[in-house]
Design a protein around this ligand. Structure first.
Ligand code: EPU
Length: 437
């Protein structure tokens, strides 16, 4: 297993280009199951989760390739398979997004039920309720979810409500919207997720021939069509990767330019950073989803109240990184997690670096300190890892972050990116590190 060794204290300076979005690319890839023609995705990121999804689509009868320029070609050539096995699903929960497309096109799908993960329980009840509303028959056996189209072989358009206790569901919306494209009649999804990744998915489906209105709003209408064709699509840049680097500029008191930055999808972060004393200046927003921006700090960091919400609110996927930033603010901040109330595995690790954090349920009070001090820490989920790396770059001395395979699921060679703007960071084999107590 790999680890990062970080020497903190160097401000990041220079220019970075944001890669394609992991969370957009995963459901985009699943659209290949909706058509007999090829789907081409450009700017597809080279990440562990993306490689897992390719492996899954391959098992499900798709020819697939992903070249060095980020061009991915997917072509469903053998529609006989319909089983997403536990072996793959357990490595990546997002495998669930093959459920809707496979059901709609192949008439049935069997996907191993995803288990809990480091950030909480993560049920899929809303996905299933949505597909059931379209007439799917849903059964559970031997740990697999089995869904089948109603007699007649086609899903039936319907009214679907997708709001849950923690708000709308992103991948649930992707599943139901994708499945509804091939249903008979019209589907209206209420309380749909408004995330930019859903808008990007609707854009690809539309270029494949789907009839979709309202994507990006809480009500999406899908008029079912008989069949979908192939398409060529540019994947949205990754708003969470971009946000992580904007926060990195703030926490290291650096000066970073980001190109290909989906600024329009990051307005909550921009606003919070502004109030914390980190200025995100727009250099070129001719295309607001592929803008050029510059992040610098005004003076010291100011404390904030941050509450995560579904889009366009502050994203849960930037909560850990923001917490790292606020450990160095001059006062008390309050961070409340409303999407995944258990997503706080970074709290104990940041405390090892001298952060003063007090958690009660879904809320953490962050009492700002003058400095963080390098320490050996353990990454436990993707975004927690990113938070620890940011803290390590701002800390005095050496930080080692173990288990960075979590990070590799969502950031393309982050150490190289950070090194290119001045960070002192290297990837090593964990066995080279001294034993931890
Ligand atoms: N939920 C339910 N029932 C469901 C589905 C979700 O109760 O059937 C709950 C969840 O437990 C959670 C809330 O609804 O409390 C929202 O979950 P959502 O379904 O929106 O999450 P997701 O679609 O499984 C995606 C991203 C996550 C991101 C969340 C929230 C992908 C591949 N994953 O997950 O990204 O945190 O939306 O924005 O798109 C990450 O990249 O690190 C990551 C975890």
């Amino acid at each position: 297993m790999d680890a990062f060794v970080i020497e903190g204290g160097t401000p990041l300076k220079g220019s970075l280009r944001v890669n394609g979005s992991k969370n957009a690319a995963l459901p985009l890839m699943a659209t290949a199951l909706l058509t007999d023609e090829p789907v081409v995705l450009r700017n597809a990121p080279r990440l562990a989760d993306i490689a897992n999804m390719r492996r899954l689509l391959h098992e499900l009868g798709c020819d697939e390739s992903h070249d060095d320029e980020g061009v991915m070609r997917l072509h469903s050539v053998d529609p006989s398979g319909s089983h997403a096995r536990y072996d793959i699903v357990r490595t990546m929960r997002a495998s669930i997004c093959v459920l809707g497309p496979m059901l709609a096109k192949r008439g049935e799908a069997r996907v191993s039920m995803p288990g809990g993960c480091a950030i909480g329980e993560r049920p899929v009840d809303l996905h299933l309720r949505g597909l059931e509303a379209l007439g799917a028959r849903v059964t559970l056996s031997a740990g697999d979810i089995h869904v089948a189209t109603p007699p007649g072989g086609r899903l039936i358009g319907s009214h679907v409500f997708l709001g849950g206790a923690f708000g709308p569901t992103v991948l649930g919306t992707a599943n139901v919207m994708s499945a509804a494209t091939l249903a008979k009649g019209t589907t209206v999804i209420e309380s749909a997720a408004c995330e930019p990744e859903i808008t990007d998915l609707a854009k690809l489906l539309t270029s494949m021939g789907a009839k979709i209105e309202g994507a990006g709003s809480p009500r999406i209408t899908v008029h079912g069509v008989e069949s979908l064709g192939g398409a060529d699509h540019q994947v949205l840049p990754d708003r969470i990767e971009a946000g992580t680097y904007l926060i990195a500029a703030g926490i290291t008191d650096g000066d970073l330019e980001l190109t290909n930055c989906p600024l329009d999808a990051l307005l909550a972060l921009k606003d919070h950073l502004d109030r914390a004393g980190v200025c995100v200046e727009v250099i070129d927003d001719t295309d607001p989803l592929r803008a050029t921006v510059r992040a610098t700090r005004r003076n010291g960091l100011e404390p904030l109240t941050v509450t995560t919400h579904p889009h366009p609110g502050f994203p849960t996927d930037l909560q850990a990184q923001m917490m790292s930033l606020l450990t160095l603010a001059s006062g008390n901040s309050v961070i409340t997690e409303r999407i995944f109330p258990e997503r706080f595995l970074h709290v104990a690790e940041l405390s090892r670096m001298g952060a003063r954090l007090f958690r009660q349920g879904p809320t953490v009070v962050v009492s700002g300190v003058e400095k963080l001090v390098g320490a050996p820490v353990m990454a436990s989920d993707l975004r927690a890892s990113a938070g620890l790396i940011l803290a390590g770059m701002a800390a005095e001395g050496t930080t080692t972050v173990r288990r960075v395979y979590h990070l590799d699921r969502g950031y393309e060679r982050m150490e190289r990116t950070l090194e290119s703007v001045g960070a002192k960071i290297k990837r090593v084999d964990e066995r080279e590190l001294p034993m931890m107590d």
